[in-house]
Design a protein. Sequence first.
Length: 219
Amino acid sequence: MSSFAVRHVSLFSVSRSYQLKRRAERQDQTRQRIIEAAIGLHQTIGPAATTVSEIAERAEVGRVTVYRHFPDEPTLARACSGQYFERHPLPDPDRWRAVSDPVERLRTGLRETYTYHRTTQTMITHVLADARDHPVVAPYHAHWRHAAEVLTEPWRERGRRRKLLRAGIAVALSFDTWRTLTREQQLSDDHAIELMLRLTCDCARDPRQPTNNAARVKR
């Protein structure tokens, strides 16, 4: 093969590789636009009201292109969920274990949780209203169950009182609880935290004893 032919083949190979790379980049960009469009719609009108046609229009692509990248609803839901929670990482309950005092650990956990709820309220309000039991939301629910376990750990209560305490902490962590207290009852996050600390500590109280953990909650 002549040197000219070798150079021609080499240039063709480089050109082909470049074209494939550009094509892959364009496909990634299109996929990203579709995800962004879906997230935006989920956050404004909710997952239940979002249609493929609206996603396609917002992403400036055709319906066929949407289905080419995401052949079914679960595939798109997983992509949207993964990206949303990557941008809005959930609080890390394992870091709360550094706080040994049960009341202070609970206060720390509630403070971080309520800050997170406030940051993500627009999306989570729609998601829980439309897709609370959707499989893609299961990791979200599992996260808060783990958080409740971490916050229950340092308490010495056992048996029925521990069960009540665990339930009280789970209620305190709930987005629905936060929304009720801050949106419907117009409490600030700080006031909502203090209220839930008092109610939760009452769950751990032994009615036969005159003193209890609730007395340690700052007034």
